[in-house]
Design a protein around this ligand. Structure first.
Ligand code: IMP
Length: 427
């Protein structure tokens, strides 16, 4: 049985939660491999919606092992509150496992995220304010505190004291913040440790074992390719690796174990936070996409920036992730539009670029070159078979496939599990 990676093909919020949740029905293990509570997945089942930030989407099935992997940064307070909410709604979390290697978001990370954004002024990233960047900085800087540290009181207090020496210097000297004492944090976190203890495990071992037993493993990325710290629109990125390559690190398995990569794209493009976005629409069409698509952040409630589908960006995403196929979500949001545009190049000065660039100066200066297709102006939200789509819809999907050099296997026409068209075989 295969290991499949699900990855966001744009700037996040592509609807990965719905697709993961849908595919999860046939899988044994779901692994969230990076990011933290900056993500927000909405799953809708029979009209009831569930929003999770930390827990993998497979949690709605009570026979799936759901793993928070090695490269996730865990905010224990948010995680415990999600566990409690799920249990209160009758959804069991007994199969949830948290990697002992995962680093933890500490109160000073949240504070530093906010203060650094303030200091950056017009250069701010527009982060979600969840302490993600500062936590990964400490991980790379070898000042981080991992989930495993919660289970040795002396080790935890020792590490925290050592880290606070550095953090307090920054907080007090640069930001005039009062800083933190070990006692402000230790008691609270050691209590979290007691709550989380039953869930903590060597998750790489569980995943390897599952693969050995030919079980089906789904590796779920948060955010999207263009937010990858190396391959995204740096510096307007998150601090982890949402791309498929990140799945190996976050699951603790090697690349040969991964069989397929499914990219998720919206039928248009959105972005939250700052940074270049060549196909952004500042007009009524952009407003229409935002309203009809409900384009407001799941984590922060911020309105998302909206624009046309960018095939240049998607082809890059297909390459960086080695995508085997894509799922296209929110196609129904385009239903009323008389004309649909696809970006096929960027005009930068006298030059037309056909391949994506992570040079953000070029991206900022670029004017999109569009191809125009007729809209279908038909309600597609109840269609479940590709053959029932209007011809214009079929043409749009097929043209996108041509431009991005990858098949679109799944099409989603609404938030519910049933509102899905399986177009091509993927697994
Ligand atoms: P951070 O991950 O909170 O540090 O934010 C860095 C950038 O990534 C900002 O532009 C955020 O808006 C964006 N971002 C982080 N998480 C998500 C997400 O789940 N969806 C969309 N954008 C995100």
């Amino acid at each position: 049985m295969p290991a499949i990676v699900i990855v966001g093909a744009q700037w996040g919020d592509e609807g990965k939660g719905k697709i993961t949740d849908m595919l999860a029905e046939g899988v044994d293990v779901v692994v969230r491999y990076q990011g933290g509570a900056n993500a927000g997945h909405t799953m809708v089942v029979d009209g009831t919606s569930y929003i999770v930030h930390m827990i993998p989407s497979g949690i709605l099935y009570d026979d799936k092992i759901c793993i928070i992997g090695d490269d996730v940064v865990v905010n224990p307070k948010i995680l415990i509150s999600e566990i409690d909410k799920m249990e209160a709604r009758g959804i069991s979390t007994k199969n949830l496992r948290i990697s002992c290697n995962a680093h933890m978001v500490m109160p000073y990370h949240m504070e530093l995220d906010r203060l650094e954004e303030e200091l950056k002024g017009k250069h701010k990233i527009g982060t979600t304010g969840r302490g993600i960047g500062p936590t990964y900085v400490d991980k790379a800087g070898r000042l981080g505190i991992r989930v495993v540290d919660l289970f040795d009181k002396d080790e935890f207090i020792g590490r925290l004291g050592h880290t606070l020496k550095y953090k307090n210097l920054i907080l007090r000297e640069i930001f005039k913040h009062k800083g933190y004492e070990v006692e402000d944090i230790a008691g609270e976190y050691l209590e979290y440790g007691k709550r989380l203890a039953p869930y903590v495990a060597d998750t790489s071992m569980i995943i390897s074992q599952a693969l050995r037993e030919e079980k089906f493993v789904l590796l779920e990325g948060a955010q999207g390719t263009l937010l990858d710290v190396t391959h995204g629109t740096y510096p307007y990125v998150t601090s982890s690796h949402p791309i498929s390559g990140g799945a190996c690190i976050g699951a603790g398995i090697g690349p040969c174990k991964i069989d397929r990569v499914l990219g998720i794209t919206k039928a248009y493009t959105t972005r939250v936070g700052e940074g270049p976005f060549p196909t952004e629409l500042m007009d009524d069409t952009g407003e229409h996409l935002r309203k009809k698509g409900g384009e407001f952040g799941t984590t922060t409630g911020r309105p998302r920036r909206c624009g046309w589908l960018d095939a240049v960006l998607l082809r890059y995403s297909v390459r960086i992730n080695s995508m085997s196929a894509l799922a296209m979500t929110k196609l129904d949001v385009l239903d009323e539009l008389p004309v649909i545009r696809i970006c096929t190049g960027y005009q930068v000065g006298d030059e037309i670029i056909r391949e994506f660039t992570t040079d953000i100066r070029k991206l900022r200066e670029s004017t999109p070159v569009y191809e125009e297709l007729p809209g279908w102006q038909t309600d597609t939200s109840k269609i479940t078979d590709f053959r029932d789509f209007p011809d214009e819809t079929k043409s749009y999907i097929r043209r996108v496939e041509e431009l991005i050099h990858a098949p679109i296997a799944i099409i989603s026409v609404g938030p519910d599990r049933q509102q899905t068209v399986l177009f091509r075989k993927f697994v």
